[in-house]
Design a protein around this ligand. Structure first.
Ligand SMILES: C[S@@+](CC[C@H](N)C(=O)[O-])C[C@H]1O[C@@H](n2cnc3c(N)ncnc32)[C@H](O)[C@@H]1O
Length: 173
């Protein structure tokens, strides 16, 4: 990831959770870059917001209370085919109040397909899947070895987005 995602790029954290990956992506894209972060739980977004504020990187990230299956609607069209990296970390919110609120195949699969369309040539998609909980084994099976790279389709460079958060609530069900 660190060798692919360059300063000034735009990245997506499809499951912000406690914000560890969001913070990593925000550091990686630098002051000129931007990150879109998705989670359906306000609890996760609040934790991530706090983590980013403590690091002084809040303005590099747009946090969206929205299912990642809607990422193509939420990420501006100008960025489609130009995203440097998309990260998925499947499962429940560690330390959260509702361990039954987990990622599910019926939304994860469309989100993965959307993510592949958003990536730039040579962009990287990572999926981390924790199988040690009741919903874990239901996740899509791995479909290859190592990170998935996109095929060349888009031009460069795009225009930077502004850091405006969104709140299109989705329930966990
Ligand atoms: C394992 S945690 C992510 C951990 C995170 N990457 C971190 O660094 O702490 C999985 C997260 O996915 C979220 N989630 C579940 N369904 C989702 C969906 N459809 N879209 C976006 N996030 C979802 C959960 O609320 C949970 O916070």
């Amino acid at each position: 990831m660190a060798s692919v995602l360059q300063p000034g790029e735009v990245a997506v954290d499809a499951t912000v959770g406690n914000g560890h990956d969001t913070l990593f992506l925000a550091q990686q894209v630098g002051a000129q870059g931007h990150v879109y972060g998705f989670d359906i739980q306000e609890e996760a977004l609040a934790r991530t917001r706090r983590r980013l504020e403590e690091a002084g990187l809040r303005d590099r990230v747009t946090l969206l209370q929205m299912g990642h299956e809607h990422m193509a609607e939420a990420v501006p069209a100008a960025w489609h085919g130009r995203i440097g990296a998309v990260m998925f970390n499947l499962g429940y919110l560690p330390g959260g109040s509702d361990r039954t609120c987990i990622t599910r195949p019926q939304t994860t699969v469309p989100a993965l397909e959307a993510a592949l369309r958003l990536l730039r040539p040579g962009g990287v998609l990572t999926v981390v899947a924790y199988r040690g909980h009741p919903g874990g084994p239901k996740r899509p099976k791995p479909c290859g070895n190592g990170p998935k790279r996109s095929t060349p389709t888009a031009s460069w460079p795009p225009v930077m987005p502004s850091a405006t958060d969104g709140d299109r609530r989705r329930n966990c069900s």
